[in-house]
Write a protein that binds this ligand. Structure first.
Ligand code: ADP
Ligand code: MG
Length: 479
């Protein structure tokens, strides 16, 4: 055993299997009060830890003096080690025998945001009590409290078996980058710039003999990176004909590594990012839809004075509703639904794009720093305009109502108001005075669509239908 420990202390990971075999050692026995794994963790040697785990070291085995392995890793702020232990099946909720503290108690108490998020993504229970009856939520510092609370709501809502499917919108899914969505960046050949976005540009490119759309994020800082991470987190979960299909993404190693620096301070991190040379910007590669956005199409129709036929209006309404029904079934809220975030396919169907502002649905309150910075004013639900801290997926239903209005009247909502009244205060008018775009009595759309618009933009979110109900209403429209 002494030999094995010496090898661990001299970081000769490759020799471990041979020593274990030739001396027939029990990898889970104790030496000087510690297991070999605990020695390796104390010595912070990732290579040795990995080899020990691969050779059957029990990630949950520890003793009172040194604590269990996960506690050792978390209390020393070892992110990579924590991740490795969890991947090898460490019990995320294991509690210290002495004081009943879990790894999450340690992480929140020391304000370690990354490790807290990591533990949560492995399904850590935020309601377990320590010897003083305190839960991680009680101990959390301001820095980690917001997302811990947000997560707690989800913890109540969803059974633990769903956690392997769980995506935390605040963090990059730690395993995402290793999955099939990583792209081979040098194979991407840019052909043409097509749009300027809020945080970068969109290009047409050639990738593996196909045309693709590439959404590049060039202003690298904390906020735009967060949007990028949100967008890929959502897109990688979606597979639906009315939602844009992701082909892959590029998350530069340099940024990923900087992001994974232990105890990263945001400001510091940004500084490092500015200094470091980033070869390729982060980007998202999507299927390319050459027919442009619904916004552009409606604008062109209006210019040419062409009205949409009723069956097409209903088809568009159905396409968006089906896509949104699917998105909501995954518990995501889009938060920026509007005609310029909807694309037209070759066969004149619609697909929803732009998931940067999307978030996981929190039922009761919302402590997301992005809360008051979401979406585009004209399509924003009154409860968001009033800056209420509580809102639900019904904000998307409101925006959907406005998109239907756009489809019928082929113009941007409130354009007339904005032109006629100087400094028109949309926030106040829509948020408090219940003003909506005009609904002239015309035969421009089936009556059912006009009625649906009115239902969707109701002031009270609870009175708005769900996308489930909307899909049913639409399927009953007969011509
Ligand atoms: N897959 C795509 N195919 C074709 N055009 C696209 C695609 N994705 C985005 N675009 C174009 O780029 C614009 C900006 O993309 P979007 O995802 O909405 O980014 P932003 O967050 O900057 O609004 C869209 O309005 C659309 O014109
Ligand atoms: Mg957009």
């Amino acid at each position: 055993m002494q030999n094995l420990i010496n090898i661990i202390l001299s970081h000769e990971a490759e020799k471990i299997p041979m020593i274990l075999k030739s001396y027939q050692l029990d990898i889970n026995s104790f030496f000087l009060d510690r297991t070999p794994l605990q020695f390796a963790i104390q010595d912070k040697h990732l290579g040795c830890i990995k080899v020990l785990l691969e050779n059957g070291a029990d990630p949950n085995l520890g003793n009172e003096n040194y604590g269990f392995p996960l506690k050792m890793a978390v209390s020393n702020n070892f992110y990579e080690i924590t991740n490795l232990l969890l991947e090898f099946g460490a019990n995320v909720d294991q509690a210290d025998q002495k004081n009943q503290e879990t790894a999450l108690h340690f992480a929140v108490f020391s304000s370690n945001e990354r490790i807290t998020k990591l533990l949560l993504s492995f399904g850590a229970n935020p309601f377990l009590k320590d010897e003083f009856d305190e839960t991680p939520i009680d101990l959390a510092t301001d820095k980690v409290l917001a997302f811990l609370k947000d997560y707690s709501i989800k913890f109540i809502d969803y059974s633990p078996s769903l956690f392997d499917k769980f995506i935390n919108p605040y963090q990059m899914d730690t395993k995402l980058n290793k999955r099939e969505y990583s792209i081979d960046f040098p194979q991407l050949k840019e052909i043409q710039h097509i749009a300027n976005g809020a945080f970068g540009s969109v290009f047409i490119a050639e990738y593996k003999d196909k045309y693709v759309a590439v959404k590049k994020f060039s202003n690298l800082h904390g906020y735009s990176l967060e949007l990028f991470e949100r967008e890929i987190s959502v897109l990688c979960k979606c597979n639906h004909p009315n939602i844009i299909q992701i082909i892959g993404y590029h998350y530069p190693e340099e940024i990923l590594q900087k992001n994974q620096t232990e105890n990263k301070e945001n400001d510091k991190n940004e500084e490092i990012l500015k200094k470091s040379e980033i070869k390729y910007d982060p980007c998202i590669v999507l299927e390319y839809l050459p027919k442009g956005t619904l916004y552009e199409k409606l604008k062109n129709l209006k210019r040419k004075k062409v009205k949409l036929k009723h069956p097409i209006i209903v088809r568009y309404a159905k396409d968006i509703a089906e896509g949104m029904k699917y998105l909501h079934s995954l518990k995501f809220i889009h938060r920026d639904l509007k005609s310029s975030n909807i694309l037209i396919t070759e066969d004149n169907h619609l697909k929803i794009i732009d998931f940067g502002y999307s978030r996981y649905e929190a039922k009761e309150y919302d402590l997301d720093p992005l809360t008051f910075n979401t979406g585009t004013l004209n399509w924003m639900a009154p409860e968001i305009l009033r800056k209420e801290s509580k809102y639900t997926s019904k904000v998307d239903v409101y925006s959907y109502g406005l998109v239907l209005w756009e489809i019928v009247f082929r113009q941007v909502p409130y354009r007339v108001h904005l032109q006629s009244v100087r400094n028109y205060d949309l926030r106040n008018e829509v948020g408090y005075k219940k003003v909506r775009p005009q609904l002239p009595i015309t035969k421009q759309a089936p009556q059912e669509i006009i009625d649906l618009i009115k239902k969707c933009w109701k002031q009270n979110p609870d009175s708005r239908p769900s996308f489930d109900e909307i899909c049913k209403i639409l399927s009953n429209i007969k011509f």
